[in-house]
Design a binder for this molecule. Sequence first.
Ligand SMILES: Cc1ncc(C[n+]2csc(CCOP(=O)(O)OP(=O)(O)O)c2C)c(N)n1
Ligand SMILES: CC(=O)[C@@H](O)[C@H](O)COP(=O)(O)O
Ligand SMILES: [Mg+2]
Length: 629
Amino acid sequence: MLNTIYSPDALRQLELEQLPAVCAQVREFLLNSVSTGGGHFSSNLGTVELTVALHYAFDTPKDKLVWDVGHQAYPHKILTGRREQMSTIRQKDGLAGFPKRSESEYDTFGVGHSSTSISAALGMALAAQHKGEDYHSVAIIGDGALTAGMAYEAMNHAGDLDANLIVILNDNEMSISPNVGALRKYLTRLLTGRMYSTMRESGKKALSHSKSLSKLAKLTEEHMKGMVLPGTLFEEMGFKYYGPIDGHDVEELVKVLQNLKSIKGPRLLHVLTQKGKGYELAEEDPCTYHGVVPFNLKTGLVASSKKSTPTYTQVFGQWLCDMAEQDSRLVGITPAMREGSGLVAFSERFPERYFDVGIAEQHAVTLAVGLACEGLKPIVAIYSTFLQRAYDQLIHDVAIQNLPVVFAIDRAGLVGADGPTHSGNYDLSFLRCIPNMVVMAPADENECRQMLYTAFQMDCPTAVRYPRGKGIGIEPQTAMQAIPLGKALKLRTGHGIAIVLFGSLLPEAQAAATELNATLVNMRFVKPLDKAMLRELAQSHELLVTLEDNAVMGGAGSAVNEYLHEAGLMVEVLNLGLPDQYIEHAQREEQLVSCGLDAPGIVQRVNAGYGGRIRNGVTLYPVPQYSTN
Ligand SMILES: Cc1ncc(C[n+]2csc(CCOP(=O)(O)OP(=O)(O)O)c2C)c(N)n1
Ligand SMILES: CC(=O)[C@@H](O)[C@H](O)COP(=O)(O)O
Ligand SMILES: [Mg+2]
C-alpha cells in the first residue's frame, strides 16, 4: 500500500480499516531506512499512528501541521511524497533531518529547536482569521518540548483568543532522557488518576456508537465533552483539554481528530505514545536509540570494542567529575542534554550537584547565576546552538553582574547531519562582544581540559567552546594547570604568512602551514586576545590568515582586524571562517570542504589572495560559492 501513497490525498482514499496496515508498513520502512542510514529513531517509531491519523483526518497541506523540534517527522516525510528519498536523509544534498519549508509544501514551518510549534501554529491560525480563510492549524508537541517557557508563552496568548488552534500533546514520558520536572509528575497523575480510566471508557463509548465518518463528523462538542477532564492545567489556561487517548490506536485517533475539527477555539488533545514503539530494544531504552548511527536491526547498537581517543564531550565529562571531586562547590547544569553534553557519569556520581532543568536554556543560565551569587561554582553544559536561546540571560544576569559561571559550550561550529538549525556558528561572535567574558577555544583535547580548569579558577564569566566529535587524538593529561590569561602559543615558525588559529581546525591549519611554509599560532583565547603576539606577527609577516570554525562576521578574525586597526598595524589580513550563509546538512568534513576550510581550501585561498598581491599589487580573495537551498 505504501508504494501507492505518494501524497496524503492517496492516504485519504483508503478506508479507515486499512490504516493499521499502512502504519505497519510505515514502521517497517522506518526500521529499515533509519537503521541503514542513521538518524532520529525512537521518536519516529512513536509517531507513526499519530502521523497517519493526522494526515487522514486533516486536509493537508491546506490544514497546517506544525511539528515541534521535527525529529519525529520522518513518518510525515514518508507520507508526503518523500518516501523514495528517505535513504538520503541528513546526507549531503539529501532530505533534511527536520521539516523545512523549502523542501515540501507539507512542511509548514522549519524546526530543529524545540517548543516553537504552538507559537507558530497560533500565528497561522490568526493569519487564517485575518485573511478570512478556513483551515486548521495543528501544533504537535512532545512532553519534553512542553518543559520550555516558550510553549507556555504561546498557550498563555492562545488561551485568551478564539483562534482555530489545535495542540496535540504527544506524551511518551521522555525527553531525550527521562523527562523531568513538576510537569512530568502532573502528566503522570493525569494518566494514572482514576478519572482517566473513567473518562477514557466514556470517551471510547461515545466514539464506538458512531458507525461512519459522516456520523462521526456529527459528533460535536457534546460527545467530546464526555472526554473532558475539568480543571486541568490546560483548561485553566483557556484550552479545551481532551484525552488522554492511545496514540497507537490509529482508528480511534482518526475519530477523535475528526471530532476535534468541529470544535471551536484553542483545544489540546493529550495523546499517549511509546518512544521506540515496535522495536524492542528502543522501547526498552529509548534514550540510547534517540539518534542512531547505522546499525544492524538484529543485533541492535553495539558499542565498539576498539579503544579510541575520547571525544571533546567525553573530555568535558571526565574533567567535570575530576573537578567535582576536588571542589565541592561545583554544580553542573544541563538543559535536557545529559547524554549529548557528557553528563551521565557526573549525574550518577554527584546526583545532589546535578541539575537537569528540562528544555529551559534561559532558566539554566539564570539558575546558574543564582547559585553563583551564593558562592557555588556552576558549570552550564550547553550546545552552542541552544545557548542562543539564553542570550539575554547571559548578558543581563551573568555578565553585567560579572559572576563566575563557566559555559562549557559543546557542538561549536559546524555539526554535520543536523544542519543549519544545530550549527554552533555564532558563539564566538556573540560572546566576544560581551564585557567581562573570557572566551577560549581549544585546539586539542588536552587543551580543552586545561581550559576548563582555567575557566573554573577565574572570578568572571568564562566560556570554553569545542566542536562535535573527536579532536586530533591527544590524550588529555590528568594533571591540570591553568593557562596564563590571553596567552597564545606559537606552534611553527615560517616565512611571510602567519596562520592565526582559533580553535579546533588545528589539523587543517598544520597541513596548510606546512604546505605554505607559514608560521602557525594557536591563539587559544578569543577574548582577551594576545595582542603582543599579534603585534609581533604583524611586524614580521606580510599576510596574517585568521582561521576559525565560526562565522567570519564578528568572529575571532574580526577581533584581530579590530586590534590591528586600533594599533595602526599595517599588514594584509585574510579572514577564513564560515561564510554569511547557512551551511546545509552533510558530514562535518564535507561541510568544511564546501566552506574552503579544509587544508587544500585554505592553501588555495591563501595562494589566490597572497600570490595575486605579490604579483601585481591587486588583492583578490575569492570566496567560494555555497548552495543556499
Ligand atoms: C531548544 C532546544 N533545546 C534542546 C533540544 C534538544 N532536543 C531535541 S529533542 C529533545 C527531547 C524532546 O522531547 P519531546 O518533545 O518529548 O520529544 P520526544 O523526543 O520524546 O519524541 C531535546 C532535548 C532542542 N532540539 N531544542
Ligand atoms: C533533535 C535534537 O535537537 C537532538 O536530538 C540533536 O539532534 C542531537 O544532536 P547530537 O547528535 O549532536 O547530540
Ligand atoms: Mg517525549
